[in-house]
Design a binder for this molecule. Structure first.
Ligand code: SF4
Ligand code: SF4
Length: 351
């Protein structure tokens, strides 16, 4: 009898069910993305969930690389299938279009975490991420509040352990194009507003103080992989997290910044992640939003195990293991940022 091959260990799996989004955030590479904005066919998404569960061991499965997963017409079906197959689901959404039935599926079927990427805190900063066709933060704010209220009610009724995190952009250390939450006072203001809203809406909210600053700098309440770290608990199952603003591999930089690509370097993400775009391309990592580092396509090259163990993916990882940068995209991603000054000699490294 042939032996069943061991599952491949990675940390994170990304299944981009759609590359469409109803937002156009300045801080997101999607605004300038050239690849088509399309939904993954539902039968392919279901097959890939099976493929991931059957062939890989991973800490969590998210349904995005780019795009808003709740826009996929069958997202409830895909999520339910993943949960029934035992995947630890980390559902990341902008929170504007998550309907009741999908929310119920997530909460009642053991989704580990729902992340609502609120990002901005007020009308001024929200102009940068306006919902396509609208420019009203208050409308979005009400949608997120409604989502939080429905979540807490469903969670209590289902005695669920699902957690909901509200993510805001910590721009205290890196702020391309936008300053959202640049100091602890502003972060505390966000926490206080949520606490007051919870109490005023009849939920068991509580006043919460930011934790002491971490050695890593920034606000000291930064995004960390530890689900309990770097966040503030507002109510049972509800947290606020300040997620450090990120350049998406030097894709989101402001106009005065130049990036010098590198020739040598290393990156662990291709060995830690499996990421599948909505057209079936398997790419090196969740940072490769444009789909440049293609390791294979599930419509052409068979299953994910074949692609992961195939010559293209193996060579890609071996190049990094030898300290060589395998692609122009990676050379840019690992490149050094410099802020342009009046004279080249005055250029200063831009952290
Ligand atoms: S950050 Fe999220 S909500 Fe904003 S454009 Fe990108 S995918 Fe859409
Ligand atoms: S260096 Fe390459 S593999 Fe690593 S995160 Fe950047 S684009 Fe992805």
């Amino acid at each position: 009898m042939p032996e069943t091959p061991l599952k491949i260990p990675v940390r994170f799996a990304f299944l981009e069910v759609t590359s469409r989004c109803n937002f156009r955030c300045q801080t997101c590479p999607l605004v300038r993305m050239k690849r088509p904005m399309v939904d993954m066919p539902t039968d392919l998404a279901l097959r890939l969930v099976d493929d991931l569960v059957d062939n890989f061991v991973f800490e969590d499965l998210a349904f995005h690389v780019m795009g808003e997963p709740a826009l996929h017409p069958d997202i409830g079906l895909v999520v339910r299938h993943a949960l029934e197959r035992g995947a630890t689901v980390n559902f990341v959404t902008n929170g504007s279009v998550l309907d009741e039935s999908v929310l119920h599926t997530l909460v009642a079927n053991g989704c580990w975490r729902i992340v609502v990427s609120v990002h901005t805190k007020d009308l001024e900063t929200s102009r940068s991420r306006a919902e396509a066709g609208t420019r009203r933060f208050s409308r979005y704010e009400r949608k997120v509040q409604s989502l939080v209220g429905r979540f807490l009610t469903l969670r209590a009724a289902a005695e669920s352990s699902t957690m909901l995190e509200l993510h805001y952009l910590d721009t205290s250390a890196y702020r391309p194009r936008l300053d959202v939450i640049g100091d602890r006072r502003t972060a505390q203001f966000v926490v206080d507003e949520w606490s007051q809203w919870l109490v005023g809406s009849g939920f068991e909210g509580r006043a919460a103080a930011l934790p002491a600053p971490a050695d890593s700098g920034g606000l000291g309440v930064l995004h960390q992989t530890d689900p309990a770290g770097g966040s503030v608990e507002l109510a049972r199952g509800l947290r606020v997290r300040f997620k450090r603003s990120y350049s998406f591999g030097n894709s989101v930089v402001d106009n005065l910044v130049r990036v010098t690509p590198v020739r040598a370097g290393t990156c662990k993400l291709p060995a830690e992640q499996i990421a599948i775009l909505s057209n079936g391309d398997v790419v090196s990592c969740c940072v490769d939003h444009e789909g440049v580092n293609v390791l294979g396509n599930v419509n052409v090259h068979g299953n994910l195990r074949d692609i992961w163990t195939g010559p293209v993916a193996t060579r890609f990882r071996s190049e990094f293991a030898a300290g060589r940068v395998p692609s122009a995209r990676c050379a840019q991603c690992l490149g050094r940022r410099f802020r342009a000054a009046r004279r080249a000699s005055q250029e200063a490294e831009y952290a």
